[in-house]
Design a protein around this ligand. Structure first.
Ligand SMILES: [Zn+2]
Length: 211
């Protein structure tokens, strides 16, 4: 797979944040550029630039060395963009997305037609958990509504299909394992669209990671 500029920006944006793009755009074909120079060239405050550089560094997207400036008497850091890292990072992002959506899909399919939702959108629970709650919201006390999750299942299936289609890594085998993905069986509704299974399943996710 060819690493185009588009792929670089897309990956960096996703992993590090959009504000880092201006630094990457400037730095990507250069070597050993000082943080002061970067700040000057992208017309951004030096503190903000350093913050971005350290975030890039945390993802191994840049390397640097420090050198004492003899005249000024302070250290200056010189930065280089690590283009080779993009492919790995793309792969990681891709598999973690696939894993996330596959885990969510499993939970939805295992509880097909069996979710319960607070009308005030405080919680979403499977049958077992809803029974524990006495079919009342543990947050606000309102009776839980039965929720058909076919749309959520469809949404997740399409999302996974889309990922497979748009990413060259799909050809590399699945490279990840699917756990039984059940977590604690309920979650806080984040945006009310019924798709966001949210933080209730973190446990299952982390257990899958330890392989
Ligand atoms: Zn509620």
């Amino acid at each position: 797979m060819k690493i185009t500029n588009g792929k670089i920006y897309e990956t960096v944006k996703e992993a590090v944040g959009e504000d880092s793009l201006k630094v990457v755009e400037f730095l990507k074909d250069k070597k050993n550029i000082s943080d002061f120079k970067i700040a000057e060239k992208v017309n951004t405050d030096i503190h903000e630039i350093r913050n971005i550089l350290y975030r890039l560094y945390n993802h191994n997207l840049v390397s640097y060395y420090r050198k004492k400036d003899r005249q000024k008497g302070w250290y200056i850091s010189y930065w280089t963009f690590n283009k080779k890292r993009i492919k790995d990072l793309m792969k990681n992002l891709y598999f973690s997305k696939i894993e996330k959506f596959t885990g969510r899909l499993e939970v939805e399919v295992a509880n097909r037609g069996n979710f319960y939702l607070c009308p005030n959108a405080c919680v979403r629970a499977n049958f077992e958990k809803a029974t524990d709650f006495g079919f009342k919201c543990p947050e606000c006390g309102v009776v839980l509504n039965h929720q058909d999750n076919e749309k959520t299942i469809e949404f997740l299936q399409n999302k996974i299909k889309e990922l497979h289609k748009t990413n060259g890594f799909a050809k590399m085998g699945n490279g990840f394992k699917i756990g039984n993905g059940f977590g604690n069986g309920y979650s806080v509704v984040m945006n009310g669209n019924g798709h966001n299974v949210g933080n209730g399943f973190k446990k299952a996710k982390s257990s899958r990671k330890k392989r």
